[in-house]
Ligand binder design. Structure first.
Ligand code: SF4
Length: 339
């Protein structure tokens, strides 16, 4: 089956100035990133802060231009569209199909707009509905996410964090998109509310026939919701594997380290958490030579310091490690449950 969306050799470089009058420097936020998501799949993109996962999500929705590479969207009833080649005007129709859910529902919802107008805005911008039909569509999508249409006249501050995120989800779904990119969509919520919102996203996925790209730093959440996981480090994809196989048998040492940081029920294993946080993530402007992970990798050898590993197929995974076949890496003992 062809991918609904594919990303090929995508790179994004930011130019910044050091201090007020210092020299300009370049930061490679994304380096040669390739991945694809199949129709109906939930693909998670994980990694520490600064790994490039949010930048990748924003490049996919054209919230920022890319430096190199391309993103291709394949609508079910249309020829493939290279969205990186489109200007804003040509992109507008495809923005109906590809929507985003943001991390912080308080800052992503306009506090001066009533919930009705927040959810109706995409319908108005895209001239999809008006009058009674628009009202019905807003009321329908709100009830589908568990918000009573009777509350449409209230402002965001009148709702709890979980309810605000439901409103953000309603706004993303009101145009009946094909692909939803959820950027840390539950990380600002309490754990019990996270579970409710994740269950809601699962239900809506089958109800609306959605495909998700789920950007998260939380592997417990990812284990719960994703079919496949892409692990990123310093702007590179280092592993791409089906969720079950990645949790049982990680192939990249960085994935192993992330799995070690999962909260576990057995307190005698607390020492594993200490191992997981050793070493600082390098500054993007001072990227290590060779394998980008070698400064923190407990398996690093001389070759790793000079030669950058290519992403290649190993078992069910794609892995960027010279020694992926021979390393015996540990999977998760007891992945955190969010139910
Ligand atoms: Fe570690 Fe070397 Fe593999 Fe990089 S290539 S992850 S440094 S073993």
């Amino acid at each position: 089956m062809s991918a609904l969306l594919s990303v090929e050799n995508l790179s994004k470089t930011f130019t910044i100035r050091s201090g007020l009058v210092g020299p300009l420097r370049t930061l490679d936020a994304l380096s040669d990133v390739s991945l694809s998501v199949a129709p109906g799949e939930t693909l998670a993109i994980v990694g520490e802060s600064g790994c490039g996962k949010t930048t990748l999500g924003r490049c996919i929705v054209k919230a920022m231009p890319v430096t190199a590479g391309k993103v291709t969207y394949r609508p079910p009833d249309h020829a493939p569209v290279e969205i990186t080649a489109l200007d804003n005007r040509a992109m507008k129709p495809w923005r109906r199909d590809i929507r985003m859910i943001f991390q912080d529902p308080m800052s992503s919802l306009n506090p001066n707009m009533r919930v009705f107008d927040i959810v109706a805005e995409p319908l108005r911008v895209h001239k999809v509905a008006r009058g009674r039909e628009l009202e019905n569509r807003v009321a329908d999508v709100l009830s589908r996410v568990g918000i009573s249409p009777d509350a449409m006249g209230r402002y965001p501050h009148a709702f709890s964090g979980g309810q605000r995120q439901r409103i953000g989800i309603a706004r993303a779904l009101v145009l009946e998109p094909k692909l939803v990119i959820a950027d840390e969509a539950v990380s600002a919520l309490d754990v019990s509310i996270q579970a409710q919102v994740l269950n809601l996203l699962e239900d809506l996925k089958s109800e609306f026939g959605l495909t998700y790209i789920f950007v998260s730093h939380d592997l417990g959440v990812v284990n719960y919701i994703a079919d496949r996981v892409v692990v990123m480090y310093l702007g590179h994809v280092v592993e791409n594997a089906p969720t079950e196989s990645l949790f049982e048998r990680p192939r990249h040492p960085y994935t192993e380290v992330l799995l070690e940081a999962l909260p576990i029920a057995d307190p005698t294993r607390r020492n594993r958490r200490e191992k997981a946080v050793r070493g600082e993530i390098p500054y993007l402007g001072n990227r290590p030579t060779g394998c980008p992970f070698h400064t923190r990798c407990r398996h690093a050898q001389d070759r790793c310091r000079s030669e950058k590993p290519a992403l290649r197929k190993v078992g069910q995974a794609e892995v960027a490690c010279h020694f992926a076949e021979s390393l015996e890496l540990k999977g998760a003992y007891e992945p955190a449950s969010v139910t």
